[in-house]
Design a protein around this ligand. Structure first.
Ligand code: FE2
Length: 413
C-alpha cells in the first residue's frame, strides 16, 4: 500500500490547517493533526492553500496555438475569427491538432488544470479535429480528463450536411452536443438547430453545451429556447449555455421575466471574461459594452456559473498561457464582483461550479474520494489570486503530475 502524509494545508481557505493522508490514490484521512505512520512519506505543506483540481469548463483545443495562421484577426471580431479559422481549417491534419492540443493541455496542467471541456469544430466533412481529440482523450487520461463537445462552428442548419455531421460526431463518442444559434442564417434555423441538438443529446444520452447568443444583439433569443427545451425535456442541469453575452444587452424587464425560466430550467452557464470582453462591443462606438453575461445576477439567483478561457493563442485570442486564474482575475473586475467575500469565493468559478457543469463524479477534497488536488504557494485564494501564485503541486489520484518551485524575488535597494 502506498501512503503519503501532507501536513499543514489550508483546504479551501479554511482558517485552520489540516493534514491529509493519501492511501492508494484516495483521501484516507483529513484532520487537524495526523501522526505519521511507520514507513509513510511525509511532506510539509507550509500552511499553503489546497484546492480541488482546477476545471476548465470551456476551451477550444482544436484551434489552440494557431494565432497568425494563415493571418491575424486584425478586427478582433468573432466573425473575422471564424473566417480566419475557416481558412486554417483547410490545412488540418490529425497530427497537427494532436500536437497543438497536447501542448495546450500540458501547459494547462502546470496551472493545476486536470479536467478540460473542449469544444471541437465539427463543421468539417472529414471531422479531422474530432478524430484527433478523441485519440488524445485516451492518450492524456493520466494527466487530464478531456470532455469533448461536438461544436458546429459554422452552424447546424446553415452548413452543408450540418445535421449529419453532428450525428456522426455523436456516434463517434463525443461527451456533449453543441449548437450556435446566433450564427445560423435565420431565427427559424436558430430554433430548429437548438431543438435538433437537444433531441440528439437525448437520443445518445449526452450532455449539451451550446455557444448561445455570443453576440451584442439584444434581440438574440437562443437562450430562452435552450432553457425551455432543457426544462421540458428533463435534461435540465445536463444543459449548459456558454457565453450568453446578449444577456448583457437585454432590457431589464425581459431579463427579469427570463430569470424565472432560467431558474426552473436548472441549466448551467459558462462565462469567458477574457475573450468576450475582447470580442464583444466591436460594433459599438461609445459607450462600448463589456460583452459579458450577467454573472453577478445569475450567481445571486442561485444559478450555477463557471469561468472558462475559451481560446488560447488562436484567431479569437492572440494571448493566453493556459492559466485559468487570469479568467477569474479579469472576470471579477468586469463583473464588479470585488467584495472580499466575492474574491475569496471566486475560486469556485474554476473548481466546484465548473465541476458541476461537467458532471464530474467524486470531485472534491473529502475522505474516500480520489486524492486529486492542487497546492498553491499562498495561504488563501485571495493571496493566490492577487499575486498570481504558482501551483507548487498538482496531485491526481494520489500521483504528483505537475510541480513548480516558488519564484524568488529580491529588491536590492
Ligand atoms: Fe467558445
Amino acid at each position: 500500500m502506498s501512503r503519503l502524509l501532507i501536513q499543514n494545508l489550508r483546504i479551501e481557505n479554511a482558517a485552520q490547517p489540516s493534514d491529509i493522508r493519501i492511501e492508494d490514490g484516495r483521501f484516507a484521512a483529513i484532520a487537524p493533526r495526523l501522526a505519521p505512520l511507520p514507513g509513510e512519506t511525509v511532506v510539509p505543506g507550509h500552511g499553503r492553500l489546497a484546492l480541488p483540481p482546477i476545471v476548465e469548463s470551456h476551451v477550444h483545443l482544436d484551434t489552440a496555438l494557431t494565432a497568425g495562421q494563415p493571418r491575424w484577426n486584425e478586427s478582433g471580431t468573432l466573425f473575422e475569427g471564424i473566417a480566419v479559422w475557416s481558412e486554417r481549417k483547410q490545412d488540418l491534419s490529425v497530427a497537427d491538432v494532436k500536437d497543438r492540443a497536447a501542448r495546450a493541455v500540458r501547459q494547462m496542467a502546470r496551472f493545476g488544470i486536470q479536467f478540460v471541456r473542449t469544444h471541437v469544430d465539427v463543421t468539417d466533412p472529414q471531422l479531422t479535429a474530432l478524430h484527433a481529440l478523441l485519440e488524445l482523450r485516451d492518450e492524456l487520461a493520466e494527466l487530464a480528463t478531456l470532455q469533448i463537445v461536438a461544436f458546429p462552428q459554422e452552424g447546424i442548419d446553415s452548413f452543408p450536411d450540418g445535421r449529419a455531421l453532428m450525428r456522426r460526431a455523436a456516434q463517434m463518442g463525443v461527451d456533449a452536443i453543441g449548437a450556435i444559434p446566433h450564427f445560423e442564417f435565420t431565427r427559424e434555423y436558430a430554433v430548429d438547430s437548438l431543438n435538433f441538438a437537444v433531441e440528439l443529446a437525448q437520443e445518445f444520452d449526452l450532455l449539451v453545451d451550446v455557444h448561445c447568443d455570443e453576440i451584442d444583439d439584444e434581440a438574440a433569443r437562443g437562450l430562452e429556447t435552450l432553457a425551455a427545451r432543457a426544462y421540458e425535456s428533463g435534461l435540465k442541469e445536463r444543459v449548459t449555455a456558454s457565453h450568453t453575452t446578449a444577456m448583457h444587452s437585454y432590457n431589464n424587464a425581459y431579463f427579469v421575466r427570463l430569470l424565472r425560466l432560467l431558474k426552473m430550467s436548472g441549466i448551467n452557464f459558462v462565462a469567458n471574461p477574457l475573450v468576450n470582453t475582447h470580442l464583444q462591443g466591436r460594433c459599438d462606438t461609445y459607450p462600448k459594452r463589456r460583452g459579458i453575461t450577467r454573472v453577478k445576477e445569475l450567481t445571486e439567483a442561485g444559478i450555477n456559473v463557471s469561468f472558462g478561457q475559451d481560446d488560447i493563442v488562436d484567431p479569437w485570442n492572440p494571448l493566453g498561457t493556459g492559466n485559468l486564474r487570469d479568467a477569474v482575475f479579469h472576470g471579477l473586475y468586469v463583473t464588479q464582483m470585488m467584495g472580499r467575500g466575492q474574491i475569496m469565493d471566486s475560486y469556485r468559478f474554476i473548481t466546484h461550479n465548473a465541476a458541476r457543469t461537467l458532471h464530474l463524479p467524486d470531485y472534491g477534497i473529502a475522505v474516500g474520494k480520489p486524492a486529486s488536488f492542487v497546492i498553491y504557494d499562498a495561504p488563501d485564494w485571495y493571496e493566490a489570486l492577487s499575486h498570481n501564485a504558482p501551483v507548487v503541486a498538482s496531485y491526481r489520484r494520489g500521483r504528483l503530475v505537475a510541480q513548480a518551485e516558488p519564484a524568488r524575488h529580491e529588491v536590492l535597494l
